[in-house]
Design a protein around this ligand. Structure first.
Ligand SMILES: [Zn+2]
Length: 732
């Protein structure tokens, strides 16, 4: 009886083990991999995360600072001590430092903007005075302008449509826009396109100040003096060093003249606090802003223009600065020429405890344990490369220059790139190449949420379902905003971006208040989620590094692309209906009849009708692709020998490259990926199937039809690639 019981237990546990089937591993290798991952997880220490953050975020460390260099050298030493072959790769990049910053209200009253955040009690890091980088927007143009002010809400395309309806033109004016609503660089870009001569961006208390919660130091949110720094480089055109587009900014590289650099803004732009914004907004008259534009300040939001007039003078010190990328390599025992890349940036605007140090220290702890395990004989089969990027904040510069410099080699050897950045507390967020969705989903199932004790996947799905989503784990699509951009969108390397958040809201982002003290009080106080990040990313890295068959799965990609296509087709239909209705209402004089006779009336213009696009080339390509994927999925890859798998893997790891086109996207050839790109007018926000989608949104119909053909060709390329995988797999 007892024996029987034991036998059943044994059978059950074998079943349980089999149930933990992990994609990419032959059944006989699953246990070994899971044991390795368990050993890896059990060695992750939150104490290291805490002490390393305290060290790295002790002083400001933006690109070009002594402390930034010290951090890079310290990390180099750490990686070496863990058994990595580590080096610093340096690029010479253009970095503007603010020399003159003047903003004053000159009419109808006078006010000189203070442009300085105050130190706060209980946080000594905020008292470092001169060492704190003055608040500014990097890659603003130099300029000295004076003009009437116009309030443009978030300064995004929809806001300018609203202004047009009100008959307000920003030509020759200075605009003031709220932060949020889009990536900040879109605001001066659009303002300049509309003819404005200057741009001010401020943080409204409704978005990250007292409307949201208590302000620092009482609470986590922005006090009246806090200012968000940040780059306004035209990254949707190309990120990285503004003077060396498409190639590495090495010492001897050819450089553009600064006046010819297309990614520096056309007009001066300056970020300010809500203390400095209040008198400016208060001095505006003209129409009252639409209800949705009004923020949380105790004033009536008027649009202007004027009578408020402002003087904005900005001058920068434009110098080449060294950017130090730390690159640490652990050579693989079997396939040293297949690289799993893992990165986070190390530069910050000021102390950057949350952004980026919280992610950087998680990466380092992960690297430490992977290195220690290798020393004890558990060396990964493929090479793992840990990267600490410099100059991410001014425009993804360190990573972009490195990718551009080593593009050919990377396209040959890279298996995937896994990115992290600032980390918080709460829910697992993962974006990236949909061929990696199955892998990430399985890993998310294996990592435990530190607060609730269920898997991080279960917790994420619970929240998704509460918010109206379904119970499927999905990766979001990558736009831009961190160092994955050059890997996926320029070099065509499968990429992921991972992090935790949702329970760590605050207003410290890119201000002098993003300190160790703030992080410990309001973000992830015991570094439990820092450890969870190290565990999640580490498992993904170890699976990619040891897999028998690289865990790329094509079904999730196919399903996702199908959804994107449906979205675009549907949006064409919606646009058509909206235009038809608009024109009909004009014909019936409805806008005039519905207008308030005491307010100025502007007759709306008739809109051009929306033509029918022919989507059949994409639909046909998708049909063939679906059939080929089914064929590939039906092959039992486990029956292949190691040497056959080696050949297959070499091809499998280049699947993402098939989704790129060397001619790139219209008007921005740097962006090669045909499935994911940051939006030309959204910045960080992603545009999926960007060639087609943006042409439709911009109503460029001939271009849309051309892009449909091009996308069909790209999908055919992937189809051919998977067909060649099928041939290889069957040819045993
Ligand atoms: Zn960051």
């Amino acid at each position: 009886m007892k024996k029987q019981y034991l036998a059943i237990l044994l059978a059950l546990s074998v079943l349980a083990l089999n149930a933990q089937n992990i994609t990419g591993f032959k059944p006989e290798n699953v246990k070994k991999q899971l044991d390795l991952e368990t050993a890896f997880e059990s060695n992750i220490s939150t104490g290291n995360l805490d002490s390393w953050m305290k060290k790295m975020a002790a002083r400001p460390h933006y690109v070009g600072t002594e402390y930034g260099k010290e951090n890079a050298e310290w990390m180099l030493k750490q990686f070496k001590s863990w058994g990595y072959d580590a080096k610093i790769e340096t690029y010479q990049i253009l970095f503007p430092y603010p020399k003159v910053r003047i903003l004053e209200l000159t009419e109808p009253t006078n006010y000189n903007a203070k442009l300085t955040a105050v130190p706060v009690a209980g946080d000594t890091y905020t008292e470092q005075g001169e060492e704190l980088l003055p608040s500014y927007n990097a890659f603003s143009a130099d300029g000295d302008v004076e003009a009437e002010l116009v309030f443009v809400n978030y300064g995004i395309p929809a806001d300018y449509e609203e202004l047009e309806k009100l008959g307000i033109d920003v030509k020759g004016k200075i605009v003031i826009a709220k932060y949020y609503g889009s990536w900040r660089g879109i605001k001066p870009k659009l303002a300049a396109e509309k003819g404005a001569i200057g741009c001010i961006i401020y943080s409204d208390p409704e978005d990250d100040g007292y409307v949201r919660g208590d302000v620092y130091p009482e609470g986590a949110f922005k006090n009246k003096t806090g200012v968000q720094r940040g780059s306004v480089m035209d990254m949707p055109l190309y990120p990285g060093d503004v003077l060396t587009p498409g190639y590495g900014a090495t010492e001897e590289a050819d450089r553009l003249d600064r006046k010819d650099a297309p990614t520096i803004t056309k007009i001066p732009v300056l970020p300010i606090s809500y203390e400095d914004a209040s008198p400016l907004l208060e001095a505006l008259q003209g129409p009252v802003a639409p209800a949705s534009w009004r923020g949380g300040l105790p004033l009536t939001y008027h649009i202007g223009p004027g009578p408020a007039k402002v003087h904005l003078k900005l001058e920068f010190d434009w110098q080449l600065k060294p950017a130090y990328n730390v690159i640490a390599t652990l050579a693989g025992s079997e396939y040293p020429n297949e690289w799993v890349l893992r990165g986070n940036h190390h530069d910050a605007w000021v102390h950057g405890a949350a952004d980026p140090v919280s992610g950087m220290v998680a990466l380092m702890e992960e690297a430490r344990v992977v290195g220690e395990l290798a020393k004890k004989g558990q060396r990964p089969k493929r090479t793992i490369v840990y990267c600490a990027w410099d100059a991410e904040e001014p425009g993804l510069i360190g990573s972009t220059e490195w990718v551009e410099h080593h593009k050919e080699e990377l396209q040959k050897k890279a298996v995937a790139y896994i990115n992290t950045d600032g980390n918080g507390r709460g829910f697992f967020n993962a974006g990236g190449s949909h061929t990696l969705q199955t892998l990430v989903s399985e890993v998310a199932n294996a990592v435990t949420d530190p607060q609730k004790g269920v898997s991080i996947k279960e917790r994420k799905i619970a929240r998704d379902m509460i918010n109206g989503g379904n119970n499927k784990f999905k990766l979001y699509a990558l736009g831009s905003g961190s160092d994955y951009t050059p890997f996926i969108q320029h070099a065509g390397i499968a990429s992921l971006n991972l992090g935790f958040g949702g329970e760590n809201a605050g207003g410290e982002y890119h201000t002098i208040y993003d300190t160790y003290t703030h992080y410990k009080r309001f973000k992830d106080p015991d570094f439990a989620y820092g450890a969870a990040l190290a565990k999640t990313a580490g498992r993904i890295v170890l699976r990619l590094a040891n897999a028998d068959i690289l865990p790329f799965a094509f079904d999730p990609l196919y399903e996702t692309v199908s959804t994107y296509l449906e979205e675009i087709m549907k949006s064409c239909e919606t646009m058509r209906k909206v235009v038809e209705k608009h024109n009909k209402l004009i014909g019936e004089n409805a806008f005039y009849l519905a207008s308030d006779p005491t307010k100025p009336y502007f007759e709306p213009k008739k809109k051009e009708s929306i033509p029918f696009l022919d989507f059949t080339p994409i639909q046909n390509s998708m049909t063939s692709l679906g059939a080929t994927i089914a064929l590939f999925n039906a092959i039992n890859l486990n029956s292949l020998s190691d040497s056959e798998l080696e050949i297959l893997n070499k091809k499998l790891m280049h699947s993402e490259l098939a989704l790129t086109d060397d001619s790139g996207l219209p008007r921005r050839s740097w962006y090669k990926h045909q499935i994911y790109a940051p939006g030309f007018y959204t910045g960080y926000g992603v545009k999926t199937l960007p060639g087609v989608r943006e042409a439709v949104e911009q109503k460029e119909w001939p271009e849309a039809q051309e892009q449909i053909k091009k996308l069909a060709q790209t999908l055919n390329k992937l189809n051919n690639h998977i067909e060649s995988l099928c041939v290889l797999a069957k040819k045993k």
